[in-house]
Design a protein around this ligand. Structure first.
Ligand SMILES: Cc1cc2nc3c(=O)[nH]c(=O)nc-3n(C[C@H](O)[C@H](O)[C@H](O)COP(=O)(O)O)c2cc1C
Length: 174
C-alpha cells in the first residue's frame, strides 16, 4: 500500500527528462496529422490529439515547432486528423519518421482520401476529421494546433492504436 500521507513528490519542478519519463505511464491514443500536397506533403503521428468542443466542432493537438509539419500547417492552414486503428502501427511508424522517412514517403503503403480542404485522410481510419486551422498558440517548444472540423469520415470496428510505456498497443473490440 502506498503511504498516502507522504506522496512520492520530488518537491521540485521536473527536468524535461523526468517529465517525459513520467508521461510514459500515461496512455495515449495515436492519430495522424497530415498536411501539404505534392512535394510539400508531410505529417506526423501524435498522441496529443483530442476533442476540444462540439459546438463548434473543434479538435486540438500539440505540435513541436521543430517538426517538418509545423511550417506547412502555418502555410496551408488545412490538415487532416485521422485517428489510428488497431492495424495501423506500420502507418504510425512511418509518420514518426522511423528509418528516416520524410515527407511524401510517409504516405506509402496506405490508402488516402482527399477532403474538401485538400487535406488527405487515412481511408480506413476509425474516424477522420477534415480541418481548417483555427489557431496555433505557441507555448514552450510546441504550438497548440486548434482545428475547426469541416467534415467527418468514419469506419466502424477499426479499434484503436494506443501508445504506453514506450510501445504501441493495439486495442480491438474482437
Ligand atoms: C507515439 C508517438 C507520439 C507522438 N506524439 C507527438 C505529439 O503529440 N506532438 C509532436 O509534435 N510530436 C509527436 N511525436 C513525434 C512525431 O511523430 C515525429 O516523430 C516528428 O514530428 C518527426 O519530425 P519530422 O517530421 O521533422 O521528421 C510522437 C511520436 C510518437 C512515436
Amino acid at each position: 500500500m502506498p503511504d498516502l500521507a507522504r506522496p512520492p513528490y520530488l518537491g521540485e519542478i521536473p527536468a524535461p527528462k523526468a517529465f517525459r519519463n513520467a508521461m510514459r505511464g500515461f496512455v495515449g491514443a495515436c492519430s495522424l496529422i497530415t498536411t501539404g500536397t505534392g512535394d510539400m506533403a508531410t505529417g506526423l503521428v501524435v498522441t496529443s490529439g483530442v476533442s476540444l468542443t462540439a459546438e463548434p466542432p473543434m479538435i486540438l493537438a500539440c505540435i513541436n515547432r521543430s517538426a517538418s509539419s509545423w511550417p506547412i500547417l502555418k502555410q496551408t492552414g488545412v490538415f487532416g486528423w485521422s485517428a489510428l486503428g488497431s492495424a495501423h502501427q506500420p502507418v504510425a511508424e512511418r509518420f514518426s519518421g522511423v528509418g528516416g522517412l520524410k515527407g511524401q514517403d510517409r504516405y506509402q503503403g496506405a490508402q488516402w482520401v482527399t477532403g474538401a480542404t485538400g487535406a488527405r485522410h487515412l481511408a480506413d481510419a476509425p474516424l477522420a476529421f477534415d480541418c481548417t486551422v483555427e489557431e496555433m498558440i505557441d507555448r514552450g517548444t510546441h504550438s497548440i494546433l486548434i482545428g475547426r472540423v469541416q467534415s467527418i469520415l468514419t469506419n466502424p470496428d477499426r479499434g484503436s492504436l494506443l501508445y504506453w510505456n514506450g510501445a504501441y498497443h493495439p486495442l480491438s473490440s474482437a
